[in-house]
Design a protein. Structure first.
Length: 199
């Protein structure tokens, strides 16, 4: 009986190990195909993985439908895949889903929902989402207009290497008082020290 249990456990481990290897190989086949511009193969490789819950494959399918890479451009389908990826914590899916709600592509425009997804991605350190949040605060879209928080998020994004964030930070700074600038800089330092959580 002990040998049978050991044999079954070994067979299960080999099967699960080879399934994981197969999934990884399928993902890489899709990636290599996408990189070559063979979008049909990428779609064929990534779709089953995405349907099985692979967040990166879900995000990649969202990108394909968003951009019309090898498929007809379909914002609603892009939103579907971005949502599945974002709900699993995929930072790129969260930021792109925020963009879809921000622009009203594939969903009704909803700034509050855009802010929600941008915030989740920004808290993971995504410079694009941080810059997008800066815009939302600077313009008062989905949140009360607040130049201090707009400047804070632009400053954080700029320090993470986002190119346009520093320009936007400087534009917002022109509309702020010296005490507001000081507060924004203090908040940015605190936010970074808290690893972007609860800012």
């Amino acid at each position: 009986m002990r040998n049978l249990t050991a044999t079954l456990c070994l067979a299960l481990a080999v099967l699960l190990g080879s399934a994981g290897m197969s999934v990884s190989q399928d993902f890489m086949k899709g990636w290599d195909a996408w990189d070559r511009g063979d979008f049909a193969t990428a779609l064929r490789e990534w779709t089953p993985l995405a349907e099985q819950g692979d967040a990166i494959a879900q995000y990649n399918l969202g990108q394909m439908y968003h951009n019309g890479d090898g498929v007809p451009q379909d914002y609603k389908t892009a939103v579907k895949w971005y949502t599945l990826a974002a709900e699993q914590g995929n930072v790129d899916g969260q930021n792109n889903l925020g963009l879809m709600y921000d622009k009203g592509d594939g969903v009704p425009q909803d700034y509050k929902t855009a802010v929600k997804w941008y915030t989740l991605a920004a808290e993971q350190g995504d410079a694009y989402a941080q810059s997008n949040l800066g815009l939302m605060y600077a313009n008062g879209d989905g949140v009360l207009q607040d130049y201090v928080y707009g400047h804070m998020w632009f400053n954080i994004a700029a320090s993470s290497g986002h190119k346009n964030a520093s320009k936007n930070r400087d534009i917002v700074a022109e509309r702020m008082t010296p005490s507001q600038l000081e507060k924004a800089q203090d908040l940015a330092r605190e936010c970074v020290a808290k690893n972007y959580k609860g800012c």
